[in-house]
Design a protein around this ligand. Structure first.
Ligand code: PGA
Length: 256
């Protein structure tokens, strides 16, 4: 796992945007796994400003709330449209987000996995991390082999996301999320974590045991993971000086 600690979220976000931009330039037909949440807003702003050509890119989002229509202001369809898709030239037919209103949810989840398989999998998967260590909406005790499916949100996640909905009561209880097994099949996982609220989850994900009690720790099993974080999110890492040293020693060809 490559740990990149930067002085503040802005610098870390710019580096992550550069990595994504490089992916799209080098592979115009790239398949990107996209994430939502507060952490991603600045990243998408930078990607929009970079004026990249998205005409060959295919996207798959990690998750969606069950029951919210695509035009609901808190749906992830809406989030993606407002923060990214309406500003770039990605063809609508290449955008994939789970349908939270599907009448047959297991069927929708299976079809989503089928679409991912058909395009040959994800080149770069963006990830945020929940304060409880979730990735996508794979809450604690999610199977580390899980596939796209329905999940019930924990009270902690509903509390964390209440800030977007106005009140906790309005946060849906259920979501469709790619599984941890699905995420681990991406060729490169790129996680972003900012702020003191993420410090505990990050320390457990990077340096803790691999356990479904911290779903992000499953990334330790993946051969190519890059984690961008600020000093606050890095605060509890035992080896943070080592990670900084490794980053400073990187040969030029490995630099982002
Ligand atoms: P956040 O969410 O970016 O809003 O902190 C991250 C997550 O829950 O995955």
């Amino acid at each position: 796992m490559e740990i990149i600690i930067q002085p503040n979220p802005g610098v870390a976000t710019s580096l992550a945007a550069r990595l994504l931009g490089k992916t799209i330039r080098e592979k115009p037909e790239a398949v990107l796994g996209l994430a939502t949440g507060g952490t991603m807003e600045a990243l998408y702003r930078e990607l929009v400003a970079a004026k990249l050509d998205w005409s060959g890119v295919t996207t798959f989002n990690l998750d969606e709330y069950v029951g919210l229509p695509p035009d609901h202001p808190q749906s992830y369809h809406h989030f993606m449209r407002e923060n990214l898709f309406r500003h770039v030239n990605v063809p609508p037919g290449r955008i994939n987000i789970p349908d939270g209103q599907a009448a047959n949810i297991p069927g929708e989840c299976e079809a989503y996995e089928g679409k991912l398989f058909a395009v040959g999998g994800i080149d770069v998967q963006l990830l945020g991390i929940g304060t409880d260590g979730h990735i996508g909406f794979n809450e604690q005790t999610s199977s580390l082999a899980s596939r796209t499916r329905i999940k019930t949100l924990t009270p902690q996640t509903r509390k964390d996301n209440a800030r977007f909905f106005g009140s906790e009561a309005q946060v849906p209880h259920h979501v469709i999320t790619m599984g941890i097994g699905t995420i681990l099949e991406s060729r490169h996982c790129v996680m972003l974590a900012f702020g003191a609220g993420k410090a505990k989850a990050i320390a457990l994900a990077v340096e803790g045991p691999i356990t479904s009690m911290n779903p992000a720790s499953a990334l330790q099993l993946h051969p190519k993971v890059t984690v961008f974080m600020d000093e606050a999110a890095a605060a509890n890492l035992t080896l943070k000086d080592y990670y900084r040293w490794v980053y400073d020693q990187k040969p030029d060809w490995q630099k982002i």
